[in-house]
Design a binder for this molecule. Structure first.
Ligand SMILES: C[S@@+](CC[C@H](N)C(=O)[O-])C[C@H]1O[C@@H](n2cnc3c(N)ncnc32)[C@H](O)[C@@H]1O
Length: 363
C-alpha cells in the first residue's frame, strides 16, 4: 500500500521518501507499531536498564537546584518511544520525594497508547500533546533520547561534475534513485566547505528537520535546559572524506542494512546526528551551549554506579547493563549528550560534564 502512495507522489526527495516510510499515518514504520527493546528491531539506552533514566534524573535534579528550585518545573520529552525513559525518571524522582509534571510530545496515537500504559502508575502527573506548538511556555528541561536520528534526511552524492541530491522514483512497484539538482540552498550551505575534499561517489546526509524543533522550543522554554542524547558526530567527523558511504542505515529485527528501499514502512530508517548543527541552532535561537560529551563520561560523571546500587540488586545482569551503557564498545562512545541552556550562568559546571571537563573530553 505504501508503495502505491509513494508511486503517486514520485519523484520525491529522499527526505520525503524517508518521512513517508517512517511517519505515514497508516503505513509508516512508527504508525504501524515499531518493535522496540531487546525483542524488537533495535535497542536504546532506556531499554537496556532503568539506571539510565535514574541517572539522567540526577542531572535534572541538579538543574532544578541551579535554577533556584522554581515553583513550577516541567519536564518535556519528545520521541518518548514506549515511555520507559519517562517512567524511570519519574520513579527516581518519586523516590526523592519529587512530583514534577511530565509532558510528552507524541504525534502518533499508537505510541501514545503504549506510553499511557507504561506510565499509568504516575497518573495525572503525565500529560500529552501532539506537537511542539502545543507545549506551553515553561521553566524546566526538554529532553530527548534518539529523537533526532529518526528525522528525515536529504541524501547527497558527489558526481564527477558536482553535488547532486538523491530523488526517489517509483514505477510499477519498483523503486529507483535519480540524481537531480539540490532541492534547497540550506543543504549546500551545511556541507560546502567539506564537500571540496570528498572523493567522487561520496554519499552523505543533511537533516533540515532539526530546525523547526529548535525554533519551537525557543518560543517555549523560558528558563532551563535542553538535554538531547543520540548517536552522531561533530560535523568535521560527520563529513570526513573517509566516511564516504554516509550514515544512513535501515534496521529490522536487529539486522542492519544499508538498503533503505527494502520493504518500505517495515524497517526503521535512521541517520546519525550532526551535533554541530544542533549547537548552531542552539546559538541561533538563544540557547547557551553548556557542553557536548559522550554518554560514557556523562553517566560516570553522574555516578551511575552509585545509582545502580541505589535502585537495583546489583546482580550480574545489572552490571552487564551498566557496562553496555558506559563502555566505548557499548553505547558509551557512539552516543552523545548535548546540553544547552537558557537562564543559567555560562560557567555552570554540571555533574554530567565534570568528568569530561577534567579529562579534556568536552567537545
Ligand atoms: C528512535 S524512536 C525513540 C526511542 C526512545 N526515545 C528510546 O530511547 O527508546 C524515535 C521517536 O521519535 C518520534 N518522533 C519523530 N518526530 C517527532 C516529532 N516531530 N515529534 C515528536 N516525536 C517525534 C518517533 O515517533 C519515534 O517514536
Amino acid at each position: 500500500m505504501l508503495l502505491e502512495i509513494l508511486e503517486a507522489e514520485a519523484p520525491m526527495t529522499f527526505a520525503r521518501y524517508m518521512e513517508l516510510c517512517l511517519y505515514h499515518e497508516r503505513y509508516g514504520y512508527y504508525a504501524r507499531g515499531p518493535r522496540l527493546g531487546r525483542e524488537g528491531d533495535y535497542f536504546t539506552s532506556p531499554t537496556v536498564h532503568r539506571v539510565f533514566g535514574a541517572t539522567l534524573a540526577r542531572q535534572l535534579l541538579e538543574l532544578y537546584e541551579l535554577l533556584g528550585r522554581p515553583q513550577e518545573f516541567l519536564l518535556v520529552e519528545a520521541g518518548a518511544g514506549e515511555g520507559w525513559l519517562a517512567r524511570d525518571i519519574l520513579d527516581y524522582l518519586q523516590k526523592k520525594g519529587l512530583e514534577w509534571p511530565y509532558l510528552i510530545v507524541e504525534p502518533l496515537p499508537n505510541l501514545r497508547a503504549l506510553q499511557e500504559e507504561v506510565l499509568r502508575p504516575h497518573g495525572s502527573k503525565v500529560r500529552w500533546v501532539r506537537d511542539f506548538t502545543e507545549i506551553p511556555p515553561f521553566t524546566g528541561v526538554f529532553l530527548s533520547n534518539e529523537l533526532f536520528d529518526s528525522l528525515p534526511v536529504h541524501l547527497l552524492e558527489k558526481t564527477s561534475e558536482d553535488l547532486r541530491e538523491v530523488y526517489v522514483e517509483v514505477s510499477q512497484g519498483k523503486i529507483r534513485e535519480k540524481l537531480l539538482e539540490i532541492s534547497r540552498p540550506e543543504i549546500l550551505q551545511r556541507v560546502l566547505p567539506y564537500a571540496l575534499h570528498w572523493p567522487e561517489g561520496y554519499r552523505t546526509e543533511v537533516c533540515l528537520a532539526y530546525e523547526p524543533i529548535y525554533k519551537e522550543l525557543s518560543k517555549k522554554l523560558i528558563r532551563g535546559a535542553l538535554l538531547n542524547l543520540d548517536y552522531g558526530f561533530p560535523r568535521a567527523d560527520y563529513y570526513h572524506p573517509e566516511r564516504h558511504r554516509g550514515t544512513l542505515l535501515a534496521y529490522s529485527r536487529h539486522r542492519v542494512s544499508e538498503n533503505p528501499y527494502l520493504r518500505p514502512g517495515h524497517q526503521d530508517l535512521t541517520a546519525h546526528v550532526d551535533f554541530t548543527a544542533l549547537r548552531e541552532l542552539g546559538e541561533k535561537y538563544g540557547f547557551l551551549n553548556l557542553g557536548f560529551v559522550q554518554q560514557g563520561p556523562f553517566l560516570v560523571g553522574l555516578a551511575v554506579e552509585e545509582v545502580l546500587l541505589e535502585i537495583s540488586e546489583n546482580t550480574f545482569r545489572d552490571r552487564e547493563a551498566l557496562k553496555l551503557l558506559v563502555l566505548p564498545e557499548g553505547l558509551g562512545h557512539s552516543h552523545w549528550v548535548l546540553i544547552q541552556a537558557r537562564g543559567l550562568h555560562p560557567e555552570t559546571e554540571l555533574s554530567g560534564l565534570r568528568l569530561a571537563n577534567r579529562l579534556n573530553l568536552l567537545y
